[in-house]
Design a protein around this ligand. Structure first.
Ligand SMILES: [Fe+2]
Ligand SMILES: [Fe+2]
Length: 530
């Protein structure tokens, strides 16, 4: 391939955003959560791997332990991990100080005299947090603090220079589980040491949609065009895009897990996008070429890795004609970083926060934020919403991992939002223990029984059935069950048919069928005209 050749990014190139070589997700971008995850998780995992690399490799490859804190690397990469640990200890010094300050402040507030003014404590706020928090009490008198989260992004605690992007051509069905493993492989992948909002990355992302000169890309990213890794990412075949749907009714295409493309009369809405490249031999699926050139709204239900996936979002950035719609968070909450701020830091300029029962109008309908109960281990996390998508006179509730802890909510909601025609709901009723995701943000280790009782679980079949009845819904799609092989890099596991989750899904289908309600389990790909 010549430098003056006009090329396009190949659809099978996976673009992985990294922070200090760890796979980027919202908690590694927002500075306060990043401080705690790096200090209390990454450092410990790397130290442990260096000490016992064989144990990590074996555990990471044991299905029962999948998704655990084990580095899935060959022991021959031990020196690379040791080097990353040394670099992290140097580069992330500000985050270690911030983590210590957060821990100290939590401790100070736990010992604050009940009901007395918090004003004297401002003088005792550790230096790294000065000017970055407000000390507050809730109405019940519990002392706490709120972060000025947007301000944190302007401090040395937010280090864009530690962001990078890796480009690889790989089989999406055979990606290793990556959330516990830093990317220190030497597999010929092209590593671009640029921030997620950098013009260099933008140029490469654009080349997926429109022609670019290979030489221009090479020059922009400082890579020799003769470096074989660069031309391997491109080809001369123009991308194909799907024509906007303008047939009758509402067309919904299931792209896998929680990703739905909802279209009506040329308006397109994409939920929780994780888009895979189709493979020659793998399960059939919709991919990048099945998306329209422009997507009106991207909806993100909540801040879990299988719903808020930066890898796919970055690739979609230039295709969003309207907005990326996210739930509004509890501003300044340590466990609830703002998804809007994360996206802004990643170069998105059109992010809309939706509060509960707030509506966003769109041609042919509207999108309404609907309360999302549970699934967050009782933590006060507001960055979660179901969406009622009203288009073409149809009413679809995209409920994600909502856990119907109180059916009365849905009975009340029905009086406000009316009957729901079709519901998309997960039955991941035995979710991960609370500490799996939020452990580093908690003041100390949780007792095992508490960790288990506060699992991040969605509804089971009984709760889902009650919710469906309460909303007068006659059409149920069970989705977001992690059933697609290209999801394993995020979930670590794929539920077998005899798992708790899948048995609950099957029981729900049977119960619905007995009541004359249509129900099905989504798997791989699907299309409905509603
Ligand atoms: Fe979730
Ligand atoms: Fe989920």
């Amino acid at each position: 391939m010549r430098p003056d050749e006009t090329v396009f990014l190949r659809p099978d190139v996976v673009i992985e955003p990294l922070v200090m070589r760890w796979r980027a997700w919202s908690h590694l971008i927002s500075p306060a959560t990043a401080a705690l995850h790096v200090t209390k998780r990454h450092i410990d995992i790397m130290r442990s791997f260096i000490h016992q690399p064989q144990v990590h490799r074996a555990a990471a490859r044991t299905p029962e332990l999948a998704g655990g804190p084990f580095i899935d690397l060959d022991p021959s990469r031990t020196s690379a991990v040791a080097q990353l640990l040394t670099e992290t200890q140097e580069a992330q010094k500000p985050l270690f100080e911030l983590a210590d300050a957060l821990t100290e402040t939590v401790d100070m507030l736990r010992r604050a005299p009940r009901d007395d003014s918090l004003e004297p404590l401002y003088l005792r706020i550790p230096e790294p947090l000065r000017g970055l928090i407000e000390l507050v009490r809730d109405a019940q008198g519990h002392a706490g603090f709120r972060l000025f989260e947007a301000l944190l992004y302007s401090t040395s605690y937010y280090q864009k220079r530690l962001q990078s992007v890796v480009f690889r051509r790989l089989d999406p069905d055979r990606r290793p589980f990556v959330l516990s493993t830093p990317d220190v492989e030497e597999d010929g992948a092209l590593h671009l040491a640029r921030a997620f909002d950098s013009p260099e990355l933008e140029l490469i992302l654009e080349s997926a949609e429109r022609p670019c000169r290979l030489g221009d890309i090479a020059e922009a990213i400082g890579c020799d065009a003769s470096d074989a890794r660069l031309p391997a990412l491109f080809w001369t075949t123009p991308p194909s895009v799907a024509a906007p749907y303008d047939g009758g009714g509402v067309r919904v295409r299931y792209f896998g897990h929680a990703t739905l493309l909802i279209e009506h009369a040329g308006v397109s809405v994409l939920t929780d996008p994780i888009v895979s490249a189709p493979t020659q031999s793998g399960a059939p699926r919709y991919g990048w070429s099945d998306l329209p050139a422009k997507i009106d709204h991207v909806l993100i239900t909540h801040n879990h890795k299988d719903h808020f996936c930066l890898e796919s979002l970055l690739r979609l950035r230039g295709r969003v004609a309207g907005s990326v719609v996210v739930p509004a968070n509890a501003p300044g909450g340590l466990a609830d970083p703002s998804m809007k701020l994360v996206l802004k830091a990643c170069g998105f300029h059109n992010v809309v926060e939706l509060h509960e029962l707030d509506a966003l109008t769109t041609p042919g309908g509207r999108i309404l934020g609907v309360p999302f109960l549970g699934e967050h281990g009782d933590l006060d996390i507001r960055s979660k919403t179901a969406f009622l998508v009203e288009l073409g006179g149809r009413r679809l509730l995209v409920a994600a991992d909502s856990n119907n802890l109180d059916t009365t909510l849905y009975a009340r909601l029905r009086t406000v939002i009316g009957d729901v025609d079709t519901i998309f709901i997960s039955l991941e009723c035995a979710g991960a223990p609370l500490s799996w995701l939020y452990g580093p943000l908690l003041p100390g280790p949780l007792r095992r029984d508490h960790d288990q009782s506060r699992r991040l679980s969605a509804s089971d079949d009984a709760r889902a059935a009650a919710m469906i009845d309460a909303l007068g819904c006659r059409d149920v799609k069970i989705y977001a069950m992690g059933l697609e092989p290209w999801l394993r890099f995020l979930t670590g596991v794929q539920y077998p048919d005899d798992s708790i989750q899948m048995r609950a899904a099957q029981r729900l289908c049977e119960a619905l069928s007995a009541r004359g309600v249509s129900g099905e389990i989504c798997r791989g790909m699907g299309e409905w005209i509603l």
